[in-house]
Write a protein that binds this ligand. Structure first.
Ligand SMILES: [Zn+2]
Length: 326
């Protein structure tokens, strides 16, 4: 389940595979970037912000010069299409949770188009660009050695291939794939709350944002990336079980928000650097969670059958005895 820790790990994989490398080829298999060619671009760094991946690149000098005179060239990044994609990605979808959608007072990516620099103004934003991607429920990046078989997923799920002399990075089923000037990253991630695994993690600010919506259920509030960034269904369920709090408790009735937030951060941090997500301390299959994925199985604490409720991409597991309604 791609949550903050998985995305953090993925950013590190890309960092190790590509950072400092000059790309020898790229292959975008999404319509909005189909004409983009990053050959000759240098990968500066790979970072994560909540559940968003940010691959920062520097355009070759000649490419930047080219852009200032002719943005329509096939080998230059198409800022307009990247923006359009970003706008779509930010638009609330009827069939998807809106946890990542900016609030009304957050910067609106789509709205940025109107006052965006005109075509040909690439020089204004420099040569630094960011390839943004989001894993949602099913996306993944894998790094392969040159010549190695791409065995992780079926080929039809490939959305982008980035080749360097030392590694090939393949992005599968990525969402919100967009190439934007690095200076405009905030238009895609500026609405996010404090990043649980970020260098600037700010628990007080996370608590403040949660408390600002006292009537929201704590289950919804923890998933809302505008409050704090990185928690998905798995950590939501596990944190609330460990705190003995029902997922349907209003935020105002949660006894210790700071303790809840602090535990979420520790659980994610503990799983950095490995792909098995465990909240129990055990890495054995079937023993890695208290309630998540354990519908109808006995609670590890009290033996009561674990319950499950599903609503679109949101899924909740809980023990009705250990996590009573308040
Ligand atoms: Zn229980």
């Amino acid at each position: 389940m791609p949550e903050g820790d998985t995305v953090w790990n993925t950013a590190r994989v890309l960092q190790r595979a590509l950072a400092g490398a000059r790309l020898t080829g790229s292959d975008f298999r999404v319509p909005q970037l189909a004409a983009t060619d990053l050959t000759g671009w240098t990968v500066h760094e790979s970072a994560s912000r909540g559940k968003h991946l940010l691959l920062r690149l520097t355009a070759p000098t000649d490419a930047a010069a080219t852009q200032t005179t002719d943005t329509a060239r096939a080998d230059a990044p198409r800022a307009d299409t990247a923006r359009a994609d970003a706008a779509r990605a930010d638009a609330p979808r009827a069939d998807a949770p809106r946890t990542d959608a900016p609030r009304a007072d957050a910067p609106r990516t789509g709205a940025a188009r109107a006052d965006a620099p005109p075509a040909g103004a690439a020089a204004a934003s420099g040569r630094d660009w960011t390839l943004h991607s989001h894993l949602r429920m099913d996306g993944a990046w894998r790094a392969y050695a040159p010549g190695e078989r791409w065995a992780a997923r079926p080929a039809h799920l490939i959305r982008v291939v980035l080749r360097s002399p030392g590694a090939v990075a393949v992005g599968y089923h990525l969402h919100e794939l967009a190439l934007i000037p690095t200076a405009e990253e905030e238009s895609l991630v500026g609405h996010l709350g404090p990043d649980l695994l970020g260098p600037d993690w700010d628990p007080d600010e996370a608590v403040r944002r949660l408390a600002a919506h006292p009537d929201e259920t704590i289950g919804e509030a923890l998933l809302d990336q505008r409050n704090l960034a990185g928690v998905g269904n798995l950590y939501k369920c596990e944190v609330l079980f460990l705190r003995g709090v029902s997922p349907w408790t209003p935020v105002r009735a949660v006894p210790d928000l700071a303790g809840t937030v602090g535990l979420a951060q520790r659980l994610l941090a503990a799983n950095r650097g490995r792909w098995t997500q465990s909240t129990t301390g055990s890495l054995h299959r079937g023993q890695t969670s208290y309630v998540y994925g354990r519908r109808a199985q006995p609670c590890r604490r009290c033996g009561t059958a674990i319950r499950k409720e599903e609503l679109g991409e949101r899924v909740t597991y809980w023990c009705p005895a250990c996590q009573p309604d308040r």
